[in-house]
Write a protein that binds this ligand. Structure first.
Ligand SMILES: Nc1ncnc2c1ncn2[C@@H]1O[C@H](COP(=O)(O)OP(=O)(O)OP(=O)(O)O)[C@@H](O)[C@H]1O
Ligand SMILES: [Mg+2]
Length: 324
């Protein structure tokens, strides 16, 4: 499988007057053409910062190291991190579409749905306003919004959360991106709507062949949608494998903890991981998970393990991986 996107040794730092805090450490991930790749982990582990780094949309005060390579074609590679600022708008939207968690804050409340869906088409594809609105109607139909001719004239507050998220998806796919980044696209929605939105994303993936980077804190969503997954903890990838392997032979104690906290088996008690993700300001010295790990030995507290390849396509950052 050829890679569409390669994140290589990505580190992100946050600077203030008094300190430098490392938010991401040496994150490497590659996403294949037409692949649905999941990134999973608890709140604060660095999922959103990873996505924002790819899009060069990190908040002020943050700097980034590493490379993010996109391959629009066999013969073309672009390092997004070294691209001049002026060229970024040409990349966002055209090669990479994005859908974020909050459909209300991501849409502009004072612009009609039609003008928001048509804007990237006017910018990237040079369509006239009239042509773009026509395409906007088609796109709304494509994301299964009923009566799209009417909805183009609506404003965001006239739509439900689920419908607004469909509009966001329509905007994200409007210029046929090669990669869609979806950051917790269903977290703010009711369970039934969540399932519909995920189904829609999967249908669009199949019909367009685009790749998807799906960010979620929910491993059951990963199970339903992704081929491979990276588990993140404290700004690091701690395990990466096919979804099948993550569920059958998880190797990192953190991954096992996430699996045990899933409400899968009826009658079985939920088993949340004790403790919380440490702040990037107060990370333990050795393995960052050691403070919560039931398999911890002395060495874990002094030496941080590297991400080791255990077998083809399966990597884990734990010195005791083969014993658990
Ligand atoms: N604007 C900011 N300034 C400083 N630190 C930040 C900022 N935004 C996020 N962080 C820190 O970066 C770390 C990673 O945050 P990130 O938002 O990537 O987590 P996440 O995995 O997306 O969590 P969630 O599941 O809650 O969305 C956290 O420790 C967070 O406190
Ligand atoms: Mg997030």
């Amino acid at each position: 499988m050829s890679s569409l996107l390669r994140i290589e040794n990505l580190s992100v730092f946050h600077y203030s007057d008094t300190e430098r805090v490392q938010i991401l450490s040496d994150v490497s991930i590659h996403i294949g053409t037409s692949e649905v790749f999941g990134v999973v982990g608890e709140s604060g582990c660095g999922k959103t910062m990873t996505a924002l780094s790819v899009l060069r949309l990190l908040p002020p005060g943050m700097t980034v190291e590493g490379r993010v390579i996109i391959r629009p074609s066999e013969s073309q590679e672009i390092d997004l991190l070294s691209l001049p600022e002026s060229q970024l708008p040409g990349i966002r939207g055209k090669y990479i579409g994005m859908v974020f968690q909050e459909p209300m804050t991501s849409l502009n409340p004072v612009l009609s749905i039609g003008s928001q869906v048509s804007e990237p088409l006017i910018y990237h594809e040079g369509l006239s306003k009239k042509e773009a609105i026509k395409r906007a109607v088609e796109l709304l139909r494509r994301v299964k919004i009923p009566e799209p001719e009417k909805v183009v004239r609506y404003y965001p507050h006239q739509l439900s959360g689920g419908m607004r998220q469909r509009v966001m998806i329509a905007i994200a796919i409007s210029c046929s991106p090669l990669l869609l980044i979806a950051d917790e696209p269903t977290t703010a929605l009711d369970v039934t709507i969540q399932a519909e939105i995920l189904r829609l994303l999967m249908e669009l993936q199949e019909s367009t062949g685009m790749s998807i980077l799906l960010i979620t804190h929910d491993l059951s969503i990963v199970a339903e949608t992704c081929q491979r997954v990276a588990v993140m903890y404290a700004g690091r990838v701690v395990e990466e494998a096919s979804v099948r392997e993550i569920f059958t032979t998880p190797m990192h104690p953190y991954t096992r903890g996430l699996l045990q906290s899933l409400p899968l088996q009826r009658g079985k008690k939920l088993n949340p991981i004790p403790g919380v993700v440490p702040s990037p300001r107060e990370l333990p010295r050795g393995c960052k998970f050691s403070t919560r790990c039931e398999y911890r030995v002395e060495e874990c507290e002094t030496r941080e393990p590297s991400l080791q390849r255990i077998k083809d396509g399966h990597k884990v950052r734990c010195i005791r991986a083969d014993r658990i």
